[in-house]
Design a protein around this ligand. Structure first.
Ligand code: GN1
Ligand code: MG
Length: 359
């Protein structure tokens, strides 16, 4: 993306500062994001939304803007504290919309950059885990009274296990013999876990677990903290849609409790960290316990196991499909991600009884 092009797109939006420079924010696997520095603050984050993956971008934008506005209204009503939580704010285009569509068909949106914020790819101390838990608990509590029927399903069946198994089985059929051979061990794991990995979906479909507003991409790098490691807000809200609490709790645990990054290739470094699990859960339940039903609470550990598994399955599927979905930095990147998640799952499974004791 050239600087001239980014500047033209940025200038479609309403803002006061003048474009000075940009920096690509390269941690996402789907969209393209750029920090836009202007001649005075606030800075902005300009994001191209991948419309191959997100089929209804205007609907996605409506979802996330509505949730941001809802949270902003509710934060105003909270008693003033030393630290005010933050929420993403979106800029309008000069034509008054929250997104701009270029002649090439690409969709763009612009957010205010939250100044003096930091994010983490992995957790290095319990305080971050605890604060991360408070942040997600607060996000889910503040959105608990939002009418979930107003949200579109941005990616239909996003965390639907039967759908993900179907995609895996399709990929297996068309995969090269070479790739299929390389993942023999992982295929056995996927087959062996099939029944257990469908439990939450059945409870959801039977109505036993309630449908809520969920974020659906709660990895720790999608939370912002201030310089003193206090939680500020959750970001990357593109996948907000109806879901169950286990998706969000589980996906957060998947990254909080992994002692290594999601694509670490030295699997000896990948372990499930119980201390971070305890700290995260403590923060999460502090904000959330009163609005959780007993059945939601009971299944949180299985939620974590299920979300680690579903990511392993999706990375493995993309590897079998010759890497058509996630951005990769080298040929076996998806395979390494899948192996990493399977190792984490194994480590978590060994600690399951201690994990269940935390509730
Ligand atoms: C993708 O694009 P990013 O990095 O925010 C993916 C998530 C996965 C995540 C794994 C729309 O998120 O579901 O958990 O990679 N998003 C989509 O890091 O598929
Ligand atoms: Mg995302």
């Amino acid at each position: 993306m050239s600087i001239e092009k980014l500047k033209i797109i940025f200038n479609q939006f309403q803002h006061e500062g003048e474009f000075e420079s940009y920096q690509e924010l390269a941690s996402g696997h789907i969209n393209d994001s750029y920090l836009i520095k202007t001649n005075h603050k606030p800075y902005f984050v300009l994001q191209r939304i991948n419309h191959e993956v997100f089929k209804d971008v205007p609907g996605l934008i409506e979802n996330k803007v509505a949730i941001s506005q809802h949270i902003r209204r509710k934060l105003k009503d909270l008693p003033k504290k030393k630290l005010k939580r933050r929420v993403l704010a979106f800029a309008k285009t000069k034509a008054g919309a929250f997104y701009f569509r270029g002649d090439d068909g690409n969709y763009w949106n612009l957010m205010y950059f939250i100044d003096k914020s930091v994010s983490f790819e992995t957790v290095k101390d319990e305080r971050i885990a605890y604060e991360g838990g408070c942040l997600l608990g607060q996000f889910l509590t503040l959105t608990n009274d939002f009418d979930v029927s107003k949200l579109i399903e941005v990616i239909p069946k996003f965390h639907d296990m039967s759908f993900r198994y179907m995609q895996f089985e399709d990929a297996l059929r068309i995969a090269s013999n070479e790739r299929r051979g390389i993942v023999k061990e992982q295929i056995l794991l996927v087959e062996g876990l099939k029944a257990e990995m469908h439990i939450l979906q059945s409870l959801k479909e039977s109505g036993a677990i309630k449908i809520r507003v969920t974020h659906n991409d709660t990895k720790i790098s999608n939370s912002l903290f201030n310089e003193k490691s206090k939680g500020l807000c959750v970001i990357d809200t593109d996948t907000i849609m109806p879901g169950i609490v286990h998706y969000d709790f589980g996906d957060a645990i998947r990254t909080i409790c992994n002692t290594a990054a999601e694509d670490e290739t030295n699997l000896d470094l990948v372990e499930f960290n119980l201390k971070y699990y305890k700290a995260y859960t403590k923060g999460f339940l502090k904000k959330m316990k009163s609005s959780l039903t007993p059945i939601e609470l009971k299944y949180l550990p299985l939620g974590a196991k299920t979300m680690i598994f579903i990511m392993a399955l999706r990375f493995l599927t993309d590897y079998l499909n010759n890497d058509v979905y996630y951005k990769i930095k080298y040929p076996n990147h998806n395979l390494d991600r899948a192996k990493n998640q399977f190792k984490l799952l194994q480590s978590m499974s060994q600690k399951m009884s201690q994990i269940e004791n935390e509730l």
